[in-house]
Unconditional design. Structure first.
Lengths: 502, 103
């Protein structure tokens, strides 16, 4: 039987999930407030969302500083919901991603007619879902978090009700996502059946005990859960929805999906799949190795042929998911527990760099595609003449995605390849290196267009808005900052007590 | 394990496969949503069976099944809402016509 929850008080809920509470309350407040606000006042609603996210971020940092011992964390929440550094660092990534998404959205909502309040609180709920996924230690709770994120994203994708493309994108996302949910749930049901518990920590021991007798069921459950989560992180062969959904969704939501939603699925992948099945990882890690290699190959090769900038970014994000799978896949060969933390640091570093770069790039894409009223990559032609700042920033973001030095993306990739070589996964490191070279082709294609001279006279200057410049500025500072001194973040990651102090 | 649980698991597996088959092969979106519902309900059968006849029978499985039902309902609710938005724009609920965004 599960551990007994001593006493559930408001104080203990606040201590453990203060950040989530703030966001949920703000969301509900906006839901009601929407009825009383006039048109001008509604413009402030996204700012309220940002404010609540900043407060939530502060609460997460507070939790990280006051981290208790592992047992103390568990006792507070009956091991349903833990506030270890692993969850907290992912939560910070989600919060930063959501703040930047809202900043891009403020500009977007000024030009596209969408219900501002609904948009804001759905985004807040989606962020809460992501945070629950990162922090819960129970299959039921983690499933609720996953669905909170997914259902809110389905609605956000289909928010442009006048656009057939948006509705189609939402439909595709919903059908594929719901199948993913069903697969994950089917896998979880076997975990419960074999161990009699939904708690991940206890199920982990249980699975190790029944592995020999029920290997078929355990492997079935593993494959089902991998497929379900694979759909969320757009892992090949479950990637087909990604470009379609990214193309049809409102641009800030595309950024949210490719950054926050993907990071949340990775948090879940690590917590659920790797933990539950860690006892016999040597027997199944080859599945992950093959999938990671396929994801990198398909994502990068398919991106080469794309002419729509959002579809191109979608395939690029598939490729990035492949890179992120590498540190998880190489764990099969690792022997000591130290390697797990090494892989975690690599993933978190890469995700931090990736989220910031994605947000910056999509801020520029949002502006440029609106200005040209076309999502074809030709709309980037001659951007340097229209706005040198945006062209140079976009180039830096693209270089970071491609993994060129002096950017955060370089060290992200460098650390992952180094980790793979360290664990003797030379093939995987080689494929990662090779596919990165392919990716240069399409990233440089955009850059070439941006710096090409316009043939037909002088184009009018591109007007940026304050919030977009802010997003680009933040992304730029972090991208170059992490590129010049990656140790700043690596030191912090090295000091983290990932799963609570022993 | 008692022999009877195998029957429940087989029933759930058949239902789940039928649902997956429906999602992959059917052309009408309503049928797609029904098939998804079928898959989620197959999971519920699994959970309830395990809760009674599993290796370690306890109440957790039934609680899980309740949560799964709520989630399934809300997912289909959103699905129907999106379908209505889609139908207003395109006047079709056929999967074959979902070709605005492709390769």
């Amino acid at each position: 039987m599960g551990p007994i929850i001593e006493q559930l008080t408001f104080q203990s809920v606040w201590d453990i999930m203060g950040a989530e509470v703030i966001l949920v309350l703000t969301g509900f407040a906006l839901l009601v407030l929407d009825l009383f606000l006039d048109k001008e006042q509604k413009k402030l609603v996204p700012w309220l969302g940002i404010l609540s996210l900043i407060i939530a971020g502060g609460l997460v940092v507070r939790n990280m500083i006051n981290i208790q011992s592992a047992t103390e964390i568990g006792q507070l929440s009956g091991y349903l919901y833990v506030m270890d550094d692993y969850g907290s660092i992912f939560k910070l990534i989600f919060i930063v991603g959501s703040i930047l998404t809202l900043l891009i959205s403020i500009d977007y909502l000024n030009h596209v007619k969408l219900p501002k309040s609904e948009y804001t609180y759905l985004l807040l709920f989606a962020t809460v879902g992501a945070m629950v996924m990162a922090s819960s230690l129970d299959l039921i709770t983690i499933f609720i978090g996953l669905e909170l994120l997914s259902i809110a994203s389905y609605i956000l994708v289909g928010m442009r009700r006048d656009s057939a493309k948006s509705a189609e994108a939402a439909m595709k996302y919903l059908v594929v996502g719901a199948v993913g949910t069903a697969l994950t749930l089917y896998g979880m049901s076997f975990i419960y059946g074999l161990t009699g518990t939904t708690n991940i920590a206890m199920a982990m021991d249980g699975i190790a005990g029944v592995w020999a007798d029920f290997e078929f069921l355990v492997m079935l459950s593993l494959v089902m859960m991998l497929a379900g989560i694979g759909i969320k992180i757009s892992m090949v062969p479950f990637q087909m929805w990604t470009p379609d959904t990214y193309e049809g969704a409102p641009t800030p939501i595309t950024a949210f999906l490719s950054a926050v939603s993907k990071a949340a699925a990775f948090a879940m992948l690590f917590r659920v799949v790797l933990f539950l099945f860690s006892s016999h990882i040597n027997e199944w890690y080859l599945i992950l190795v093959v999938l990671a290699a396929l994801t990198m190959l398909v994502g990068n090769v398919a991106a080469v042929t794309q002419k729509n900038i959002k579809r191109l970014m979608a395939y690029s994000s598939i490729a990035q998911a492949g890179y992120l799978l590498v540190p998880i896949a190489v764990l099969g060969k690792a022997q000591s527990g130290l390697n797990v933390f090494q892989s975690l640091s690599e993933i978190v570093f890469y995700l931090a760099a990736y989220v910031l770069v994605t947000m910056g790039a999509f801020a520029i894409i949002s502006l440029v595609t609106r200005d040209a009223d076309s999502e074809h990559i030709e709309s980037f032609r001659g951007l340097y003449q229209r706005s040198p700042f945006l062209a140079i920033s976009m180039s830096i973001f693209l270089l970071s995605m491609a993994g060129m030095p002096i950017t955060a993306g370089f060290f992200g990739k460098f650390l992952i390849i180094l980790g793979a070589i360290h664990n003797q996964s030379f093939w995987l490191a080689g494929i990662m290196f090779g596919t990165s070279v392919i990716s240069f082709y399409y990233y440089f294609g955009i850059m070439r267009l941006m710096f090409k001279k316009e043939t037909d006279g002088i184009e009018p200057k591109l007007q940026t808005s304050g919030t977009l410049s802010l997003v680009v500025g933040i992304a730029l500072i972090v991208t170059i900052g992490l590129g010049v001194m990656p140790d700043a973040l690596m030191d912090v990651l090295g000091k983290l007590a990932w799963f609570g102090k022993a | 394990m008692e022999p009877t649980i195998v029957r429940f698991l087989l029933l759930a597996a058949v239902l789940f496969s039928l649902g997956l088959f429906g999602v992959l092969w059917k052309r009408n979106i309503i049928i797609l949503l029904v098939s998804i519902e079928l898959m989620l309900n197959a999971v519920n059968i699994n959970l309830i069976a395990f809760s009674r006849l599993g290796l370690v029978p306890n109440i957790n499985g039934q609680v899980f099944a309740l949560f799964a039902m709520v989630i399934a309902a809300s997912e289909v609710a959103v699905g129907l809402a999106v379908l209505i938005a889609l139908y207003r724009n395109r006047n079709t609920s056929d999967v074959k016509d979902m070709n605005l965004t492709k390769w």
